[in-house]
Design a protein around this ligand. Sequence first.
Ligand SMILES: C[S@@+](CC[C@H](N)C(=O)[O-])C[C@H]1O[C@@H](n2cnc3c(N)ncnc32)[C@H](O)[C@@H]1O
Length: 256
Amino acid sequence: MKTSSTLNAEETQEVFEEKKIGFTSQNILRSVGKGISKYYVPFSLWDNPLSALYNLDCVEGMKYYSDNYFDLAIVDPEYGIDAANMTMGRGKNKKYSKKDWDKKPPDKKYFDELFRVSKNQIIWGGNYFTDKLPTSRGRIYWDKILNKDVSFADGELAWTSFDKVIKTAKIQYNGFLGADAERIHPTQKPEKLYNWILKHYAEKGQRILDTHVGSGSSRISCFKNGFDFVGFEIDREYCKDSDIRFINAIAQLSLF
Ligand SMILES: C[S@@+](CC[C@H](N)C(=O)[O-])C[C@H]1O[C@@H](n2cnc3c(N)ncnc32)[C@H](O)[C@@H]1O
């Protein structure tokens, strides 16, 4: 087998497929292209950016990529605060099944791999793992524009590797249960937040990595904005749901 440093994106996918260690929507998109799927996507899929999602532990997955393969990693790992089981995330109506992925933050191995495979990083929840991140100036504050009566935090912080001033993204949080029928994940971030990040921190033609895809908002945003994207999600249920969400979002595009 070739080593990861000699593989391009397509070959990396072939390795994954050969080893049956993940799945990718590229396969689904191929089916869509051949018309065997119920989804109708009339424009040429091959002119679109690569968009691969692997149902895989990201530390395993990153091993297949060479140093600095990704221009920008936009990641939202587990913070270690049990968000998947909080009322805000999960809701009294048990909309989301109980999951234990947010019991502890990622370890050093994760950050070593992340910094190896990507040139720049935006890490949501960076305030929860300051001991594992180098000193840097750039931060993003996501102002959720909440109704002032709520007791939840007004926003979230991301650590960035960029030597830039602190920036505020004012994007309405749509996470209260019932507020957004589109929600499929307890800690789903809005697609608009990723659009904002790409606009301010990415350049045309760059390759984006998301190690913790969750609902797939990052993936949809990257596709719509023309960025190649590779993502990992360890939970099979989230992975499938976000893949369906992605395909539906693309099908919507073709309607206009
Ligand atoms: C904070 S959520 C990400 C939410 C995402 N930003 C969104 O907008 O929906 C973290 C996700 O990482 C997944 N996860 C946890 N450990 C992982 C690992 N080692 N590799 C890949 N995914 C992992 C969890 O299943 C969860 O869906």
